[in-house]
Each structure stands twice: as C-alpha cells, then as structure tokens.
Design a protein around this ligand. Structure first.
Ligand code: CP
Ligand code: NVA
Length: 342
C-alpha cells in the first residue's frame, strides 16, 4: 500500500495559498502579481528546479506570438511546457495572418479556441493589453517596450538562491528584504520590471542612468507605492559609483533595446562611463553578484571581466528563466495550483 503523503509544511502551505488566485489570470506587468503571489511563484520555481515538486498540465498548449527576436524566452517557454507535459505552438507573425494585419481582436478570439495560453513578445504594451482584453485565456508578457516580468521573476529567484538559501536547500525569501539591487544603464523594460518586482519583495532597487534615460515616471510611482508597503526603497541616481555603492546585486542591460537600433551610436555616446566593470564591482558589497538579462555586448554595458568573473551569476540567471516560467505556467494553467473545489 502506498504511504500517505506528508502534510504540507508551513512554507509549502503558504506557497499554495499564494498560488490559489493565479489560475486563468494574465501576467502583463510585474505589478499584476501581489507580494504573496510573487513569493509563491519563486518558491514553486525553486521546488520545480530541485525536483521536490512535479506538476503535469495534461497536454495543454501555449501559443508563442513573438514580433521580436528571442533565444532565452522562446526556448525556456518551450522547454517549460514540455517538462509540464504540454506543448508550445510557434505563431510567428511572419507565418500567420498576424503579420498581414489581421485585427488583434479577431486573432485573440480565434486563438482562444485552440490554445490554452499565449506568451506575447511585442513593442507596445497597449497591443499586449488588447490581446488580453479579447482573449479568454491567460496572456503572458514575454517582453514589451515597457516591461519584462518573466525576466524579473528569474532575476529575483537568482538573488534569493545567492542570499536566501536554507540549510535544507530551500529558499528563505525574507532574506531578500533589505538587500539592494543596483541597475546601471537605460531605464527600460527590464529596469521597470526589476523595480516593480523588487518593490513587492522588499528589495531596495537603485536605478543609475545618465540624465534623460530615467525609467518611466508612472512605473517609478507605482514601484514606490509597492515599496512603501514592503518597507523597501526605489531610487534613481545619475552617477555610476553612487549607483553601485554597497549593493548586493549589480545588474545591467543593453543600452539600445530592440526597436532602438537607429539610436545605437547616439546611446553609446550618452552611456560612456556606465560600463559595469571590475572597478564598479569593487565599490559594491563584497558578496555582490553580477546579473545581466542577456544578450550582452561585452565592452559596452558590461566588461568581459565582469560577465566572466567569479561574481557573475548570469548563466544561473538565464537557467532560472526556465524554472520561473515553468512555475508561472503551472500556476496559470494547472488545477493542482488552484483552490480546492468548495
Ligand atoms: N533575456 C531575454 O529575454 O532573452 P531573449 O531575448 O533571448 O529571450
Ligand atoms: N532591453 C532589452 C532586453 C532584451 C532581453 C530589449 O528590449 O531589447
């Protein structure tokens, strides 16, 4: 006879409760999640990564609509669905009617009849929101010009692995509270989701950028509201050493994002002096880790020494895209993560 399953631990129970409301929801912004939901997703990601938990979706399909290039997001979503017993369908705009201009309202309603969720990478946040409005299935932001919430989940999972490991290999997310993550560079989509998600988790987020490249004012205000609730801070500074001083994580991203290719030369001039290098790492906390969402330009926003050095966790971070998105997909799609039937 099979042994009885052991009752859920306090941590597992708290995680389950945080996941209960996520089934069927969209993830358009990091701020769509509550602090409890964000924490629950990170704990589930850690459990899936370690093999302590396995979830099967029973043949569900995720559609990918990517209007911009992608290696990590595309592959990690595909592998995550495969590990969950589901599959992905590449709905590349060039080979579907999306690229010929079929209205989002029609595409979203039709695809909702075929697939169980959509992960969308596009330019305008408003287009993503339009998909979400018309779709009757979960819509996931796989990067827009405004946000990259799946990236932020993987980033804070990586930070928690470095600063919040428990003796039994689990994660203690309260260890994130009071840490400082410093982001150097453009106040872009990656910075925005780091601000919002960090604020939810109680991480102090310090954005350092040249004048004129600050994060969006609305995102800054929202992240400061969330930070006030968690006891954290969100700062914007304009000097590289002041940005990294005493920080526990140093993060950077490209200076010209996808869609800004024409501004590349002008931005390289504006960001001169903002390369994350060994000299800046020396100004941070002695335990500081180096993060980059990738792809990276060595010698521009990050030095080869910083990305390849002993403080770098960029490849753990890239791996964590898989675990964080597997947790997200499970929470949005799996009855196992839903509340018990009354
Ligand atoms: N970090 C990230 O989103 O990488 P891709 O553009 O390769 O998906
Ligand atoms: N800010 C970058 C992130 C790439 C993952 C871009 O949008 O191109």
């Amino acid at each position: 006879m099979a042994s009885q399953p052991s009752p859920p631990s306090g941590v597992a129970e708290a995680a389950r409760q945080g996941l209960e409301g996520l089934r069927g929801r969209d993830l358009l912004s990091s701020a769509d999640l509550s602090a409890a939901e964000t924490r629950a997703l990170l704990l589930l990601a850690a459990d899936l990564k370690s093999g302590r938990r396995q979830i099967h979706l029973g043949g569900k399909t995720l559609g990918l609509i990517f209007s911009k290039s992608s290696t990590r997001t595309r592959v990690s979503f595909t592998v995550a669905m495969t590990r969950l017993g589901g599959q992905t369908l590449d709905l590349n705009p060039q080979v579907t009617q999306v690229g010929r201009g079929e209205p989002v309202a029609d595409t979203a309603r039709v695809l909702s009849r075929y697939v169980d969720a959509l992960a969308i990478r596009t330019f305008a946040q408003s287009e993503l929101e339009e998909y979400a409005h018309w779709a009757s299935i979960p819509v996931i932001n796989a990067l827009t010009d405004l946000e990259h919430p799946c990236q932020a989940l993987a980033d804070y999972l990586t930070l928690a692995e470095c600063f919040g490991r428990t003796g039994d290999g689990g994660l203690q997310l309260d260890a994130l509270k009071g840490l400082t993550l410093s982001y150097l560079g453009d106040g872009n989509n990656v910075a925005h989701s780091l601000m919002l998600c960090g604020a939810l988790l109680g991480v102090n987020v310090r954005i350092g950028c040249p004048l004129g490249f600050e994060p969006d004012a609305g995102v800054l205000e929202r992240s400061r509201q969330l930070a006030a609730a968690s006891g954290a801070t969100v700062e914007v500074v304009h000097e590289p050493v002041a940005t990294v001083h005493g920080a526990h994580a140093l993060y950077t991203d490209v200076w010209a994002s996808m869609g800004q290719e024409d501004e590349k030369a002008e931005r390289e001039r504006a960001f001169s002096g903002w390369c994350l290098d060994e000299a800046l790492i020396a100004e941070a906390d002695s335990r500081a880790i180096v993060l980059h969402c990738l792809p990276a330009y060595r010698g521009l926003e990050i030095s080869a020494g910083a990305i390849e050095g002993s403080s770098s966790r960029v490849f753990d971070q890239a791996e964590n895209r898989l675990h964080a998105q597997q947790a997200l997909l499970a929470a949005l799609l799996s009855p196992e993560c839903a509340p018990p039937t009354p």
